[in-house]
Design a protein around this ligand. Structure first.
Ligand code: NOJ
Length: 954
């Protein structure tokens, strides 16, 4: 069926308007599948229920040590091949052997891969190439000599034990033969258990039942319908599922994207707050999505983290097909399968049941035991977040749509007039010529280059949206070239281009799985191809789940064909990431030498952090959405997608001035900080609300800019260690059990605690918990609080509750300017928040903010420490003398530390002695007038940021 040019967008807009007119906006549930409407989920559920029933018949509870799993290891099939344990596993009756390979990697990471020993045809296995570091080619394995395999009989059954070294201890992996189970034993405790509930089920590939009436009993195995769509399933059933239990843990986190709580809820077995549906991972454009729901949203990261007071462990389920995850909890369960003692230990357990529709079973177990260890392990697999362009950390002003060139420049002027710093102004789909991306509506944007030059004058950038649907128009160069080269995704038969509707009406989609198509689309972002673009233009990839307005669940049919003949079902969850990558590659290579790209994407997967930022999609201007953004942003950080934010103000609807103010006050703490609004909403730039809101919003944005050196240093840390930028409380305070499900306050790095106001009533006091035996300081007043402390704080609209942790040093830039670029050579102020023992540490990282020359040493990275009343700046061990380093130091030779504020010293101080380059000078100290006498300021110590120096107070 074909729709005329703008019918699709009109339909979408009409739906928006009618929904907005209703009170209590809600998702159109019927557009999306529940788990009961998904055949492979139903089959696994039936299998799981059967196992549970049989276990009960056997007189075992589901969690008992002996399950009714029909899968066993074939006798004599187990051997150690270098760093890999190989085993053949087979179902009791279907007798199709599966080959399981358990590989032992560096840092105690264990990888388990499985598929048919002799598959009828290949399964899609490119996910590892497209997701893992170096395509998985250079994974570091444990040395074969460090592994030891022993096999023993326990209660008459054979158990194979591989002992190896994890990060700190000697760990072991134990595999039972009947039934097949695996236990990762950490600290002498079976901690991560596979198939301990017997839910492992692998649908082996098979021939289609013949016309002779042979019936394959499986429900929906060869064809499935959803509303008016039929999925032809030419390959038949090929799904697999496995239970993974975390013994000794009550909390699991991650697996974004869901509008859910930080600590994941149970999805079966009832209980307080439990969901009645599993968590779903299937990238979808969910219009007006619900809150507090396990429904799938725009991104999918199959990485789950379990935490208790002793350790943090993780599971990475590397699969790009539709995946469902059930979560159940038990207060106490047996210690896994191995000893079959049947005695319940006191260990609480979270059990998860993962089910994917196709592909190879490929699972990584990450042992932690600390969060820092865990993120180093995860980054080893999927890489860290690279350093972004520095401007990308500033404020982004977006709306659907800034009308024309005049409007863009007027917004730019107004922001400057109101002394509001910003870095980027954004153009949504209406800037194009009829939704033909890479083009401009020449009536509205007669001279985009001149417009960008004007913006660039004060260091401002432009972002344009470039969606993945390509308007079917034989006159449109992009369409024509893609079509002529055969770069589009194909229909089910593979005979013609797949066709669907999106904003431009009839559209086709480039198949990024095809490397030639991906590099062709990358090259379209080059300056000579993208007319009207300049080096100050960056890109927004929207609708890349992909969103197809007339497709099943507003996406592509699963049986359409990609490069290599693969079906869309195999790679659905990485489709958006492949576009994100292609776009980032294009921007990176458009100048010589390469420059860091900036691309925002809506769809994402594990690994997307390498290509840019993401946002949480279409939220709404209400307090519930404001609150929901906190666990959403945190869950993404937990899963390694660090550079993320929610639309400030809420996309749908019109925020009240109070909501808008509060949203800015929270939004400055999102790693990605962008205000955005739907086309039907009223204008809402900061000045629209008048006073006092304008001042509150300005103050918030300025706070973001003040702290840019801290943010940039955090990104540096993430780029080295994989540590999240914004962190749930449990991550920084791993033993504070009462904060394990805290999702209304959070840490930014390890130094700043943010307790946002998320209530309509500004007079409503806010509960604050300051953990550990440490001092905390109000970041604005410097009032000191002695923790542990639990109390209520007033928070009128002018007040935000932000605390600095005693023992940290926070770098800032205090001069207010119009953009981050204009601040690049500004002096630094250091805030030293002294711990109870009189110490503090921190760091500061600076580079040119745009090139890759930091990789050759062109950066300043200082380790700052305060001890015995002396503040010291030393180079980090990564600092190396190189021509690039010297050049950067020269460029920064006038950048000094212009102020040091020491907060929390017990004894009054009067004098500072500065030693820099062997030179000594004395400085009088200034006490802040009415402030606490524990705060003192060293005015202009005049030390250079790039130099070694020491300041001693007395
Ligand atoms: C959907 C996106 O989520 C939204 O941010 C954008 O404004 C519209 N598409 C229009 O491009």
């Amino acid at each position: 069926m074909k729709l005329k040019r703008s019918t699709a967008s009109l339909l979408y807009l009409a739906a928006t308007v009618s929904l907005l007119a209703q009170v209590g906006l809600a998702v159109k549930q019927e557009d999306f599948k529940t788990s009961e409407q998904v055949a492979f989920y139903r089959r696994h559920r039936a299998f799981a229920d059967g196992v549970a029933k049989e276990s009960q018949l056997l007189g075992k509870s589901v969690s008992a040590s002996q399950t009714a799993s029909p899968y066993s290891v074939l006798q004599d099939s187990v051997y150690l091949d270098g760093h890999t344990l190989v085993a053949s596993v087979q179902h009791g009756t279907d007798k199709v052997p599966l080959k399981l390979k358990v590989s032992f990697l560096d840092k105690g990471i264990v990888r388990i891969r499985g598929q048919e020993a002799d598959p009828l045809k290949p399964r899609f296995d490119d996910t590892q190439k497209l997701v893992l570091r170096d395509g998985g080619a250079n994974l570091k394995y444990a040395s074969a000599g460090s592994l030891q395999l022993t096999s023993e009989a326990v209660n008459g059954e054979t158990v194979h034990i591989v002992s190896f070294r994890d990060a700190n201890n000697t760990a072991s992996l134990r595999m039972t033969e009947r039934p097949w189970t695996v236990e990762y034993v950490l600290n002498n405790k079976p901690s991560i258990l596979l198939n301990s509930k017997g839910l492992f089920h692998f649908e082996h590939l098979r021939e289609k039942p013949g016309a002779d009436g042979e019936v394959d009993g499986a429900d929906g195995a060869w064809e499935e319908t959803f509303r008016s769509w039929t999925d032809t399933k030419p390959r038949g059933p090929e799904s697999f599922g496995l239970d993974i239990s975390f013994s000794g843990y009550e909390h699991v986190y991650g697996i974004p994207e869901h509008a859910s709580s930080l600590s994941l809820k149970s999805t079966r077995g009832g209980g307080k707050d439990a969901y009645s549906q599993p968590y779903r991972l299937y990238n979808l454009d969910v219009f007006e999505h619900d809150l507090d729901s396990p429904m799938a949203l725009y991104g999918s990261i199959p990485f789950m983290v379990a935490h208790n007071a002793e350790s943090t462990v993780g599971v990475f389920w590397l699969n790009a097909a539709e995946t469902w995850i059930d979560v159940t909890r038990e207060k106490s369960s047996t210690l896994g399968n191995l000893f079959r003692l049947g005695t319940a230990s006191k260990e609480p357990t979270v059990s998860t049941h993962w089910i994917s529709e196709s592909g190879v079973m490929d699972i990584f177990l990450l042992p932690g035991p600390s969060a820092a260890d865990l993120y180093r392990q995860y980054a080893e697999l999927v890489e860290q977040t690279p350093l972004p362009r520095e401007f990308a950390l500033g404020y982004h002003q977006c709306r659907w749509n800034y009308l024309d060139q005049v409007d863009v420049l007027a917004v730019n002027d107004k922001l400057q007039e109101h002394a509001i710093p910003y870095d980027v102004i954004w153009l949504d789909i209406e800037h194009t010529d009829g939704k033909r991306y890479f083009t401009w509506d020449s009536g509205k944007f007669p001279d985009p280059v001149a417009m960008q030059k004007k913006l660039a004058y004060n260091g401002h950038q432009l972002v344009t949206v470039v969606d993945p649907h390509i308007k079917r128009d034989t006159e449109y160069r992009i369409w024509k070239e893609a079509n002529d080269n055969g770069y589009f995704v194909k229909n089910k038969e593979g005979t013609d281009n797949f066709q669907g509707w999106c904003w431009p009406g009839d559209s086709n989609w480039v198949d990024y799985l095809n490397p030639d198509a991906a590099s062709w689309i990358s090259s379209q972002f080059h300056l000579d191809k993208y007319n009207g673009s300049t080096p100050n233009l960056f890109v927004w990839n929207d609708m890349n789940e992909p969103s197809v307005f007339n497709g099943p669940e507003i996406s592509m049919d699963k049986d359409i064909k990609h490069y290599g003949g693969w079906e869309h079902r195999d790679l659905h969850n990485i489709f958006g990431m492949l576009y994100h990558k292609a776009t980032a590659d294009g921007l990176r290579t458009r100048e010589s030498p390469d420059k860091r790209p900036f691309v925002l994407s809506r769809a994402y997967f594990a690994g997307s952090q390498r290509y840019g930022a993401v946002w949480t999609g279409d939220n709404a201007a209400n307090w519930e959405h404001l609150r929901a953004s906190i666990p959403m942003v945190l869950s993404n950080n937990v899963a390694g997608m660090h550079f993320v934010g929610a639309d400030v103000g809420g996309f749908f609807g019109n925020p009240t001035p109070e909501l808008m103010t509060r949203w800015y006050q929270l939004g400055i703490w999102y790693p990605f900080f962008r205000a955005h609004a739907h086309i039907d909403t009223k204008r809402r730039e900061p000045w629209v609300f008048g006073e006092p809101y304008l001042s509150h919003i300005r103050n918030a944005i300025r706070e973001r800019y003040r702290l840019l050196p801290y943010w940039y240093t955090l990104f540096r840390e993430a780029s080295l260690t994989g540590m999240p930028l914004v962190r749930p409380m449990w991550m920084e305070f791993p033993k504070e059990t009462s904060m394990f499900s805290e999702d209304s306050s959070f840490m930014v790095g390890s130094a700043i605690l943010v307790v946002p106001a998320t209530d309509a009533d500004a007079n409503q006091p806010i509960d604050v918990r300051l953990p550990t035996q440490e001092n905390w300081y109000d970041i604005h007043s410097h009032a000191t609080y002695i923790a542990p402390l639990k109390r209520q704080f007033a928070s009128d609209l002018a007040t935000t509750l932000v605390f600095a942790r005693g023992g940290s040093i926070i770098p800032t830039r205090e001069r207010q300017r119009g953009s981050s670029e204009l601040m690049r050579r500004d002096p630094i102020t250091l805030y030293v928040y002294v711990s109870r023992t009189g110490t503090a540490t921190g760091s500061l990282y600076l580079d040119d903010g745009e090139t890759y020359s930091y990789q050759n040493g062109a950066f300043i990275e200082r380790e700052l420490s305060f001890e015995n009343a002396t503040l010291t700046s030393r180079p980090s061990p990564r600092t190396k003398l190189s021509p690039e380093q010297l050049e950067f130091l020269k460029a920064m030779s006038k950048v000094r530390v212009e102020r040091v504020v020491i907060v929390g010293m017990r004894n009054p101080l009067t004098k500072a002695v500065v030693v820099e380059n062997g030179q000594t000078r004395d400085i009088e100290l200034a006490y802040a007038g009415s402030k606490l006498d524990s705060e003192c300021t060293i005015r202009d110590p005049a030390v250079l940021v790039g130099n070694d120096w020491e300041i001693t107070l007395s």
